[in-house]
Design a protein around this ligand. Structure first.
Ligand code: NAD
Length: 333
C-alpha cells in the first residue's frame, strides 16, 4: 500500500533530495511550501503521515486536527522536538519520529565558524577589502589557543564542538547532567554551571530546549559570566532571554554574540523578507550591534547532513508503514 505523506515547510532542496532517495519506494511525497499549523492541519485528510521541520508548531489543536483527518504519523525531519505537544500526540495515538543524529559535526562546525568570524572579524574584513580598504584598526582578535571554552550540553553536537575546540588548544569546560566518559578521557573537565560561566571566555550552548532549559541564559546567568564573554547559540532560540542578552551587549558584559537560532525565528527564518519591513524590533536591535552575527538556522545545512536527514526520515516512514517503529528514532508509537 502506498504511504501518502504531506511534507510541510518544504524547500526546493528538500524536494530534490527526498525525491532522489525515494524513487523506488511505495511512498508518495507531496511537497508543500506552507507550515503545518491549525489551519493547514485541517487539509490533511489525503495523507497517512505528515513530515515537518523545526518551526512547524505542532500544538494540541494541530494534533487534534491531524487526528480528525486520520493522520497516523508525524515524521520530524530534525533532531529537536520542542515544537511538538508529545502528550497530545500520545493521547491521540499518533506516532512521532525524528532524526536523532545526522552528522553532529555539521552544527559543531557552524558554531566554530561563528566563533572564528566574530573573533577575527572576518565579516568586517571581507567588506573592507572589497572596498579597497586594507586598514587593520578595529579588526584585532584574540588567540584561541589556551583560552577557556565552556560547552553547555555535551550530547552529540556539544561533544563534537568540544573535540574541535580541544584541537585548537582551548581548555574545555563542560556542563551536562549526564557527563560523557569518552570526552572526560579526552581531557575535558566537567564542572558546575556556575564555574563554567565564571571561567569561560567562550560559552557555547548545545543542550535541548525544555521547560528546564528555557531562558537558561538570563540576567542572572549573564551576570556570572566573564566581562567581554563570547556567547554562541546554535541550539534553540528559547535557551536565551533575548532582552537580557541585549542588555548584556549594551553594558559591554557580552563582547561577542553568535546566533544561529532566535526565540521568535518562526516568523522570520527560512523566508526572504528583503523587500519587507521587519516588525520584530527586538531582532532588529540585535542586528544593529557590530559584535553580533546572526545566521538563519543553517547549522544543519550541509549536503551530508541533509542527505542523512532525508534517508533517516524515509526509513522512519517505511518502518512505521511496516509496523516496526525503531524506539531509538520514535518518540511515541
Ligand atoms: P543530544 O540529545 O545528543 O544532546 C543534548 C545534551 O544536552 C545531552 O547530553 C543532555 O544530557 C544535555 N542536557 C539536557 N539538559 C541539560 C541542561 N539543563 N544543561 C546542560 N545539558 C543538558 O542533542 P544534539 O544532537 O547534540 O543536539 C543539541 C541541540 O542542538 C538540539 O536539541 C537542537 O535543539 C539543536 N540543533 C540545532 C541545529 C541547527 O541547525 N542549528 C541542528 C540540530 C540540532
Amino acid at each position: 500500500m502506498t504511504l501518502r505523506v504531506g511534507v510541510f515547510s518544504a524547500k526546493s532542496y528538500d524536494e530534490s533530495i527526498f525525491t532522489s532517495l525515494s524513487q523506488h519506494d511505495d511512498i508518495s511525497l507531496r511537497f508543500l511550501p506552507m507550515a503545518l499549523d491549525a489551519q493547514t492541519a485541517q487539509l490533511c485528510s489525503e495523507y497517512d503521515a505528515v513530515c515537518v521541520f523545526v518551526n512547524d508548531n505542532i500544538s494540541k489543536p494541530v494534533i487534534e486536527a491531524l487526528h480528525q483527518c486520520g493522520v497516523k504519523h508525524i515524521a520530524l525531519r530534525c533532531a529537536g522536538f520542542n515544537n511538538i505537544d508529545m502528550q497530545a500526540a500520545t493521547h491521540y495515538g499518533i506516532a512521532v519520529s525524528r532524526v536523532p543524529a545526522y552528522g553532529p559535526e555539521a552544527v559543531a562546525e557552524h558554531a566554530i565558524a561563528l566563533m572564528l568570524t566574530l573573533n577575527r572579524k572576518i565579516h568586517k574584513a571581507y567588506n573592507r577589502v572589497k572596498e579597497g580598504n586594507f586598514e587593520l584598526s578595529g579588526l584585532m582578535g584574540f588567540t584561541l589557543h589556551n583560552k577557556t571554552a565552556g560547552i553547555i550540553g555535551t550530547g552529540r553536537i556539544g561533544a563534537a564542538t568540544a573535540r574541535i575546540l580541544s584541537g585548537f588548544g582551548c581548555q574545555v569546560l563542560c556542563y551536562d547532567p549526564y557527563p560523557d566518559e569518552a570526552l572526560k578521557e579526552a581531557g575535558v573537565n566537567y564542572v558546575t554551571l556556575d564555574t563554567l560561566l565564571e571561567a569561560s571566555h567562550i560559552v557555547s550552548l548545545h543542550c535541548p530546549l525544555s521547560e528546564d532549559t528555557y531562558h537558561l541564559i538570563n540576567r542572572e546567568t549573564i551576570a556570572k559570566m566573564r566581562d567581554g564573554v563570547m556567547l554562541i547559540n546554535t541550539s534553540r532560540g528559547g535557551l536565551v532571554d533575548t532582552s537580557a542578552v541585549i542588555q548584556g551587549l549594551k553594558n559591554r558584559k557580552i563582547g561577542y554574540l553568535g546566533l544561529d537560532v532566535y526565540e521568535m525565528e518562526s516568523e522570520l527564518f527560512f523566508k526572504d523578507h528583503s523587500e519587507q519591513i521587519i516588525d520584530d524590533d527586538v531582532f532588529e536591535r540585535l542586528a544593529t550591534f557590530h559584535n553580533v552575527i546572526i545566521t538563519g538556522h543553517q547549522g544543519f545545512f550541509t549536503q551530508e547532513a541533509l542527505s542523512q536527514i532525508a534517508a533517516t526520515t524515509l526509513e522512519n516512514l517505511r518502518d512505521f508503514n511496516k509496523g516496526k517503529p525503531d524506539p531509538s528514532r520514535f518518540l511515541s508509537g
